[in-house]
Design a protein around this ligand. Structure first.
Ligand code: MG
Length: 388
């Protein structure tokens, strides 16, 4: 059975980052199926200009207003409208000629534009996990109210999403896999001396700096644990984390009859990106096919929560609920930035996050305004702890 994929008009928020550039790579492989309507970037004006000249969107946004003149000068003569500031992203993302919005910006700053896209009823290809971590209890009902599908791009959640296709009942368990990062086997005593360079050198995945550090601390798996809770409406007790160093199985689901479904491929983010853009269709993708004989062994182990406390912190923040995950996410963003700037040690990242959680206020049912103020206040607390 085969039917043809409709032509889709795509907005890419964060087009110059790792996910954004790979999404454009996917789109370039199917020029007859995808049309780029909107590209946005924070600071990388040169790459944004290059992408816009190549993909000819109607509109671009450069979030940093200082770079507006440069982008406008390059693109306006080519009939591409240029805007500045995050508010412009929120205004443009709902425009009627956009079918699907890929949210590929980093961190909490993705929340506002994602909400704007959902309120306009746009399909979301969700790559910005922090949106669901900070505000999943508000974002998912909003998506349902506006009948806006939320399709995961994160490889684990894409795997689960793919395993659930055609199923009529909820699974009894989600099994999130993770590579364990570059320090999976490092003795605890050596972890305080981990350098920025070592932490940025992920064994399996090539990604942006924030998610690479999160992968090294296992906070990434913690964020994904929370993301899975909201995307698939599963209780924390129904989600399990398994370390799988080969990164061939991208996650699994178990059903009440004991059947476990897994999605396998070589690690390449273009697959989940393309699936999110083409869903429910599948398109060819030029990538190395999985060779199981050459792969040989697939192994699994329990995550070590003593050496990687970030995962335990995330799990308990989700169980506590309310604004705890938002506070945790804010503190993590501050701590990761401080680590990348050489201001704190690797092992201080979880300490900063835990202390911020201990100090920050708590509300059981925060509204969106409370989420924004919690993010702001938690960052202030974390920054103070870092400065000490
Ligand atoms: Mg992931």
């Amino acid at each position: 059975m085969s039917e043809s994929h409709p032509r889709r008009h795509v907005a890419i928020l964060g087009s110059t980052g790792s996910i954004g550039t790979q999404a454009l790579d996917v789109i370039a492989q199917h020029p007859d199926l995808f049309e780029v309507e909107l590209l946005t970037a924070n600071n990388n004006a040169d790459l944004l200009i290059e992408q816009a000249l190549r993909f000819q969107p109607n509109q671009v946004v450069i979030c940093n207003p200082d770079l507006y003149d440069r982008v406008a000068e390059a693109l306006q003569p080519r009939m591409i409208k240029v805007f500045a500031g995050i508010e412009s992203v929120c205004d443009l993302v709902g425009s009627p000629d956009i079918d699907i919005v890929l949210t590929a910006m980093v961190g909490f700053s993705g929340l506002r534009p994602t909400i704007a896209a959902l309120e306009a009823g746009k399909a979301i290809a969700l790559a910005n996990k922090e949106t669901l971590v900070a505000a999943g209890s508000l974002v998912m009902p909003l998506a349902r109210r506006h009948q806006a599908p939320v399709i995961p791009v994160d490889s684990e959640h894409s795997a689960i999403f793919q395993c659930l296709q055609g199923e009529r009942v909820k699974p009894s368990k989600l099994i999130l896999t993770g590579s364990g990062g570059p320090f999976r086997t490092m003795p605890a005593a050596e972890m305080a001396d981990i350098t920025r360079e070592a932490a940025l050198n992920h064994p399996r995945w090539k990604m942006g700096a924030k998610v690479t550090i999160d992968s090294a601390t296992l906070m990434n798996k913690g964020l994904e644990f929370i993301e899975a809770r909201w995307l698939f409406d599963m209780a924390p007790e129904e989600i399990e984390v398994v370390i799988h160093p080969q990164s061939i199985i991208h996650s699994m689901v178990r059903f009440s009859d004991g059947c476990v479904m897994a999605q396998l491929s070589n690690p390449d983010m273009r697959l989940p990106i393309q699936y999110a853009l083409s869903y429910p269709y599948r398109l060819p993708l030029a990538m190395e096919p999985l060779d199981l004989i050459r792969t040989g062994c697939l192994s699994f182990e329990e995550p070590d929560l003593e050496r990687f406390p970030c995962l335990a912190i995330a799990q308990s923040a989700l169980k506590r609920g309310g604004m705890a995950p938002c506070t945790m996410n804010a503190a993590n963003e501050e701590a990761v930035a401080a680590f990348l700037e050489g201001r704190i040690r690797f092992t201080e990242i979880p300490e900063i996050i835990q202390k911020t959680l201990d100090k920050a206020g708590f509300e059981e049912k925060p509204d969106l305004e409370t989420i924004y103020s919690t993010n702001f206040e938690s960052r202030r607390i974390a920054a103070e702890l870092i400065a000490r």
